[in-house]
Design a protein around this ligand. Sequence first.
Ligand SMILES: NC(=O)c1ccc[n+]([C@@H]2O[C@H](COP(=O)([O-])OP(=O)(O)OC[C@H]3O[C@@H](n4cnc5c(N)ncnc54)[C@H](O)[C@@H]3O)[C@@H](O)[C@H]2O)c1
Ligand SMILES: [Zn+2]
Ligand SMILES: [Zn+2]
Length: 361
Amino acid sequence: MAQEVRGVVAHGKGEPVSVETITVPDPGPGEAVVAVRACGVCHTDLHYREGGINDGFPFLLGHEAAGVVESVGSGVVGLEPGDFVVLNWRAVCGTCRACRRGQPWYCFSTFNAEQPMTLSDGRALSPALGIGAFAEKTLVAAGQCTKVNPAAAPEVAGLLGCGVMAGLGAAMYTGGVGRGDSIAVIGCGGVGNAAIAGARLAGATTIIAVDVDPRKLEWAKEFGATHTVNSQEVDAVEAIQELTDGNGANVVVDAVGRPETFKQAFYARDLAGTAVLVGVPTPEMTVELPLIDVFGRGGATKSSWYGDCLPSRDFPMLVDLHLQGRLPLEKFVSETIGLGEVEQAFHRMERGEVLRSVVVL
Ligand SMILES: NC(=O)c1ccc[n+]([C@@H]2O[C@H](COP(=O)([O-])OP(=O)(O)OC[C@H]3O[C@@H](n4cnc5c(N)ncnc54)[C@H](O)[C@@H]3O)[C@@H](O)[C@H]2O)c1
Ligand SMILES: [Zn+2]
Ligand SMILES: [Zn+2]
């Protein structure tokens, strides 16, 4: 029997979101209904609300969530009612060209639920990133549910579902940071501070946090930054070079995603170093670089989609590291809020007051 629950809906470009009654169908083949326990407010939810992703309104927002499986459809194996799961937007297909080449973290054909969730007037909702978890219950593809240790608090575990995983993976996987490496992270919001935490986990010895907001730099120290740079006061590239014997860092992560920060990342690398773009630019942004510098500085510039993560590999491991006290995920939770407070949380995010507001249910 389909169920009626409350969910946070974005109706149109720039319009404040509101809590609506939504209909969640019973899970069909390969699907699962999850009772959401917590869902973080990510910058991407705001991008959806502003029409920056596409114009598929109405959107059911929320995509950084943990919950408990309520029911599964036919053909679902390895997932049962009662399982504690983190929701992911990378349910790999196993058959696309990336999966067949043994690189499932690039999967080009990920699974989402096939049935729509609807508003009471019957209009189909577009769930953010195929999840839609600012809701008491949501319908997803079973592969979007990754089981993790239920000892973890939902508001903490759920953060791995998007921004925190993207940042951790930008450092650990895309950047390939290892023991003894130096790294600089430009932009220390939820994603950038996660890159800092990932660099510490991977054994980096010099971890330089760069931001224009002193509050963010203070938080960055708690995640493992060994040095901080306020790039409104000093030149970021020069400061990073000074902190690395004049050479630049082995890896520089741009967690802002603007032409000027990308250029800083490009030039603040050591020779043969890696620049990683994890912040998401907008379509009108361009960069111009001397081609001789692209050649002469060597190394790599890479983009990081979802931190090149593989949820089945990474979510349980990262939850275990957190439970062992080696990954302070709880420090990302600036506040917990109710379903009705998402619009205010967007404003706090825009003012830079929070790393993550997390809706708890
Ligand atoms: N690649 C992915 O898979 C992925 C996943 C999730 C989020 N993201 C993107 O990552 C980016 C960061 O997300 P977030 O949630 O951390 O956002 P956020 O707003 O919390 O943080 C952005 C930070 O950048 C700082 N900043 C802004 N301009 C700067 C500049 N010129 N120089 C230095 N610092 C500057 C801000 O002070 C803030 O601390 C966003 O673009 C988001 O869309 C990417
Ligand atoms: Zn695939
Ligand atoms: Zn997100």
